[in-house]
Design a protein around this ligand. Structure first.
Ligand code: ACO
Length: 321
């Protein structure tokens, strides 16, 4: 049995900030941000939380799958911006939607989080442990961003995307290629709360996202094509047989470079980065849900999903729609 996506949904915060607005906060310009990244807008949470965005995206995914929350037996939320250190976002979503029969937990793999969740769910479904899974990628990255650092604050946005997976004899996940390299963790990081207890009073302050942008760029354009090629080989498919390549929406130039390296036309690489910016673990399921709603996905289409992020982490998945 393969894990097959049978429903999608997404939710973005109501407020959207354009590049001109950011140029009132830091020394930047619409021209710089658009040329270097492809980003024009990003949605920022006001009343929304990681949990509320997840709940809304999950509700839409369940409706599009024609399933009840009680049908779900595995619920995974991929996020680095949970609303509470504990419990997990997944447990809070479970309570709100009434997924009473699910085992629920979060995973932290930054922008690769959704692909890691897919990797886990596929293994559980293939082995017969679980049948129906709800996977959510959700972030309110705006709370981790240093709004005085122009090198990072222009890049990120908030949002959530969700998919429902079910065990299927046909189609679904055909292959995956997933990896991590913890030795490069400092390239992109955000410190947690420092230790303060009766025997240790750390002077560190809670951190913000810090990134060596050029290192991340070089890592992405080298690793993403390699893991896509690996996943294609495992699926027994050639690059030209893929209908759409959905890549993590971090930078338009990264996506264009990957397209060139795979020798595939850019039109096969759909993008929403201009409207949503980098929403980390939410980026792939948001793009997938938007394409699904727009009627751009058809039975039999072969899709590649691929991403990279802090850790460093990366992954690619080949699936049949
Ligand atoms: N506005 C104006 N100027 C800026 C801005 C800004 N927002 N940010 C940086 N600059 C300046 C720099 O200070 C530098 O000025 P200098 O030449 O006087 O020193 C100049 O622009 C060039 O800076 P670079 O860092 O060399 O710019 P680059 O072309 O590399 O683009 C960027 C930077 C967009 C960050 C790029 O490196 C990138 O996209 N990297 C990948 C980032 C990424 O994908 N991150 C997500 C990872 S996913 C996750 O897990 C969260």
């Amino acid at each position: 049995m393969n894990a097959k996506i049978i429903g999608t949904g997404c939710q973005l915060p109501a407020y959207a900030a354009d590049n001109h607005y950011l140029s009132t906060l830091v020394e930047t310009s619409d021209e710089w941000i658009t040329e270097r990244t492809g980003i024009r807008m990003r949605h920022l949470a006001q009343k929304e939380t990681t949990t509320s965005l997840s709940v809304d995206a999950a509700g839409k995914a369940l409706a599009s799958a024609g399933m009840q929350a009680s049908d779900i037996d595995l619920l995974i939320v991929a996020t680095i911006t949970a609303d509470t250190e504990t419990p997990s976002t997944a447990c809070r979503v479970q309570a709100e939607i009434g997924a009473v029969n699910a085992v629920a937990f979060d995973i932290n793999a930054a922008c690769s989080g959704f692909l890691y969740a897919l990797h886990i769910a596929d293994a559980f479904i293939k082995s017969g442990v679980y049948k129906n899974a709800l996977l959510i990628g959700a972030e309110t990255l705006s709370k981790l961003v240093d709004w005085t650092d122009r090198g990072t604050c222009v890049l990120f946005g908030d949002g959530a995307g969700a998919v429902v997976l079910t065990a299927s004899k046909q189609g679904g996940v055909l292959s995956q290629s997933v990896g991590s390299n913890g030795s490069k963790w400092e390239v992109l990081s955000c410190a947690a709360r420092p230790v303060r207890n009766p025997v240790c009073q750390s002077k560190e302050v809670p951190g913000y996202l810090r990134m060596d942008g050029q290192e991340v760029f070089k890592f992405a354009v080298k690793t993403v094509p390699l893991c896509i090629e690996d996943a294609l080989e495992k699926a027994g498919l050639q690059p030209e047989e893929i209908t759409h390549y959905l890549l993590h929406q971090a930078n338009k130039r990264i996506i264009q470079t990957v397209a060139k390296r795979l020798k595939q036309p850019e039109e096969r690489f759909p993008m929403n980065i201009d409207q949503c910016a980098n929403t980390s673990a939410a980026s792939l399921p948001i793009l997938l849900a938007q394409m699904d709603t727009q009627g751009r996905l058809h039975p039999g289409d072969k899709l590649v999903l691929s991403g990279f992020g802090a850790g460093l982490t990366w992954g690619a998945c080949v699936l049949e729609w």
